[in-house]
Structures are given as structure tokens and as C-alpha cells.
Design a protein around this ligand. Structure first.
Ligand code: LLP
Length: 431
């Protein structure tokens, strides 16, 4: 199978992280998000090890929690000793109330409001990743009011197209994020930041995009970023303590995509940075990375119960499930590929081809098209793999559909990390 935490047991059912998925579906109901906690921890350790083996001391991954945010994941990341990237006061509040040490948090976003800024400073957020000049001054004002010096990184756009989906590419000059190096504005902002009394500029940040399969675009990004560092150093004598290269390494959704050796790719990125620093006669700064998808994406699967199976003679077949774009909007948004397995009978002959559809009143509410599977019966369990990133975190209540629970699995136990939403929850804020 595509991942080594998947297998088939003596009952002929799909197992995930050693658990019978059909039994889990019975125990917790469907739709159901499952996360393999041991695999998440293992991936975090792989990142950490690569970064400590090949990069200067203090180089660590930050978990980009937009990929999957709930209290339990912040506890796991705290236990593993890595930093986090948060992009809203919602994520911030979740992390704070989970007991995450906020000095290890990096606050992102292209439009932090004054109240967001105040809330973050009040809660002792370690670093702001400042997106633009307006924000720089707003952070300085707020820090001054509170009598603190706020550490920041400046987010700059290196002007790179990493050849990923347009909607998840962020490093180009015209991006809504960051300050462009190419137009000279990034340099101007550095000077302004260095002048501000309540701001401590600790380094630069860039993020070029998501679902990137190899180190190549990062080589280009680091080359541009280090050249920028060298220019500023030559002209003004300022050298940053850290360089954050963002997230973006992908995961394998389907067998036709490559398996990524994260340790190996990080090693390549580090070696290139080392060479580039030597050429520019720079000391290598502390490197930060911000993986989201690659820490959790392939540790999650979603289970659904099959509802109606429709055969439109001479046209196509539909298998409708009890979830859809409300728990996984990624096919609707990006036509993302997914591997779908009939969990009740994964080894039966796949002699039926169908589009897996959700249950929203929306024709575009599809999980995947043209999936080969055994012809399922109503009530059987279908598994969609690789749903650990940007599924729960992008879920909605469209059509007033309650969101599924998240169940964590580890070698000792299965437990609920996020409860299933109830109909009462759906109306909770209605007056
Ligand atoms: N850092 C920054 C500043 C980011 O904007 C992102 C993702 C990350 C880190 C993490 O990137 P990752 O390692 O997960 O690729 N909703 C889309 C993905 C949007 C990503 C936005 N930013 C999806 O479902 O594919």
C-alpha cells in the first residue's frame, strides 16, 4: 500500500496505524478524521534531526498550524519541542489555552488588526512575521504602549514561481503576502524596522508555495534571500540572526507522486545554503522551516459511510458518502488528487469506476472522480487517504452540516482530540 501504516487484517478490513478502520467507524461514527499520532511525532523528529544535523545550532522546524489546528496538536508539538506558526488569533488562542509556550510562536498573516496585535503581544507571542510597512508601525506602536520590545521577522517576497497550483503559490512579486525584494521596498522596510525603538528585527522570512516535491525551488529562494542578506550587510552592516525559508515540502497523495525523503531534501537545502553563504562570505544564519502539510498530511485519513450508489447508464457512476466538501474542500478548490479505498473490502476486485460525491447541494461537491473500486454497498466504509492537512482546518458548516470528530491513534490507545459537532453546536450562536 501507499503508506506503511496501512494494511489489511484477517477480517479483510483496512487497518490504519494498527487499528481496524471498520471497527473505528462503528465506535466513533462517520465521517471520521483519524490521525496517526506516532507517525506525526516521527515526522517531526525527522525534520528536527535533519535540521540539527545539517544546519547551525538553533535551527528548528515550526509547525505551520494552519494545516491542522486543535489543542491536542499544539500539545504534541510542545512535547516534541518545536516552534509553531500561527496565522490568526483563533490559532493563537487555541495554542495558548493548550499551554503552548508562546515565546516559541511566530505570528503570521497579511492583515493583522490592531486588536490582533495587542492580543498577541499580551499573550507573549515570541515573534511577529511582519508582512508590510503598515503592520510594522502598528506593532511598534502597540509594543511601545505596552513598554516592550517586540521581536520580528520581515516577510519578503523573493519573486519565485515554484510551479505548484496557482492558488497555493505565494512567493511571486505580485503576491498579496510580504514585501518585494525586486522593487527595492524590502530594503526600505528593513531600514525603517532597524530605526524603530520597540522593534527588534531578528531576520527575514519567505514562503514560496506549497506541495513542492523537491529541494530545487528552495535553492533558488535561499540564493535570493542570502544575496539580499549580503547586500544589506554590505550597505548597512546589519546581519540577521535567522532566516526562515517557509514551508512547502509536499506529501504523496497518490502512488504516481514521488515519495519524499524529507531528511534527504533538508540535507540538500542545507548544503546549498552552506555553499551560497561561503560564496557570499556570510556566516550561515539560523535556519527555520515552516512545514505544515509534510508534518501531518500523510498521517491522516477520513472514513465515510457509503450512501447511495447511482449508475447513470452510458454515462457515469456516483458513490455518495456522508461527508464531502464540508470536511474536505480540496478537490472542489484545487482538484487535488486523493487515494480512495473501500475500507470494508480493500482486496476485492476494483471493477467499478465511480465519482465519489459528497452530500452538499452543490454539483462541485466531489471528493474524487474516476475512482476504481469494488462496487460498494450502502453502509460500507470508504477511506480517503492523506487528509491530515488542510481538511479539518478548512472544514465548514455549509448546508449546516456538523463537522466530524478527530480521533488520534497511537501505539497505546485511540482517543478523541476534537469532538463531533452536534446539531446544538450548529445553532449555538443563533439568536
Ligand atoms: N508558512 C507560510 C507562511 C504559509 O503560508 C504556509 C502555507 C506554510 C508555511 C505551510 O505550508 P505547507 O508546508 O503546508 O505547504 N490550503 C492549501 C494550502 C495553502 C497553504 C498556505 N500557506 C491546500 O489545501 O493545499
Amino acid at each position: 500500500m501507499i503508506y506503511d501504516n496501512l494494511a489489511v487484517n484477517e477480517k479483510g478490513h483496512l487497518t490504519f496505524a494498527g487499528y481496524d478502520t471498520v471497527e473505528l467507524a462503528e465506535k466513533y461514527g462517520t465521517p471520521l478524521y483519524l490521525m496517526d499520532e506516532d507517525k506525526i511525532r516521527q515526522r517531526v523528529r525527522e525534520y528536527k534531526k535533519a535540521m540539527s544535523d545539517f544546519m547551525p545550532q538553533g535551527s528548528v522546524p515550526e509547525f505551520a498550524s494552519k494545516a491542522f489546528s486543535c489543542r491536542q496538536i499544539y500539545r504534541i508539538m510542545a512535547e516534541e519541542g518545536i516552534d509553531i506558526d500561527i496565522v490568526s488569533v483563533g490559532e493563537l488562542y487555541t495554542a495558548v489555552t493548550a499551554g503552548f509556550p508562546m515565546e516559541r510562536a511566530f505570528f503570521h498573516g497579511n492583515n493583522k488588526t490592531d486588536s490582533d496585535i495587542e492580543f498577541a503581544i499580551e499573550n507573549g507571542v515570541g515573534y511577529f512575521v511582519v508582512d508590510n510597512e503598515d503592520e510594522l508601525y502598528a506593532v511598534d506602536r502597540c509594543a511601545s504602549k505596552r513598554g516592550v520590545v517586540q521581536k520580528i521577522l520581515l516577510r519578503v517576497t523573493p519573486g519565485i514561481d515554484p510551479h505548484t497550483h496557482k492558488k497555493i503559490s505565494t512567493g511571486s512579486v505580485e503576491s498579496k503576502f510580504g514585501i518585494a525584494i525586486g522593487t527595492g521596498q524590502a530594503e526600505e522596510t528593513v531600514l525603517k524596522a532597524l530605526d524603530l525603538e520597540n522593534i527588534e528585527l531578528c531576520g527575514y522570512h519567505c514562503h514560496i508555495g506549497s506541495q513542492i516535491f523537491d529541494a530545487e525551488p528552495f535553492h533558488t529562494a535561499s540564493e535570493i534571500m542570502l544575496k539580499f542578506i549580503a547586500d544589506i550587510k554590505d550597505k548597512y552592516g546589519y546581519s540577521p540572526d535567522m532566516l526562515n525559508l517557509g514551508g512547502g515540502l509536499g506529501v504523496r497523495y497518490v502512488e504516481s507522486e514521488p515519495e519524499i525523503d524529507y531528511y534527504g531534501e533538508l540535507r540538500k537545502i542545507a548544503e546549498t545554503i552552506k555553499k551560497q553563504c561561503a560564496q557570499l562570505q556570510l556566516d550561515m544564519p539560523k535556519i527555520l522551516t515552516e512545514p505544515g502539510r509534510s508534518l501531518v498530511g500523510d498521517s491522516g485519513i477520513t472514513l465515510y459511510t457509503v450512501g447511495s450508489v447511482k449508475e447513470i447508464k452510458g454515462y457515469k457512476n456516483y458513490v455518495s458518502v456522508d461527508g464531502g466538501m464540508t470536511d474536505n474542500p480540496r478537490y472542489t478548490l484545487y482538484e487535488s488528487p486523493y487515494t480512495v479505498i473501500l475500507a470494508s473490502r480493500p482486496e476485492d476486485k476494483k471493477d467499478f469506476t465511480a465519482t465519489v460525491a459528497g452530500r452538499c447541494c452543490e454539483s462541485g461537491d466531489l471528493i474524487q472522480e474516476d475512482v476504481a473500486m469494488p462496487r460498494p454497498e450502502r453502509g460500507e466504509i470508504l477511506a480517503v487517504l492523506t487528509t491530515g492537512a488542510y481538511n479539518y482546518s478548512m472544514a465548514s458548516n455549509y448546508n449546516r452540516i456538523p463537522r466530524p470528530p478527530v480521533v488520534m491513534l497511537n501505539s497505546e490507545r485511540d482517543y478523541i482530540a476534537v469532538k463531533r459537532e452536534t446539531l446544538e453546536d450548529i445553532c449555538r450562536l443563533d439568536v
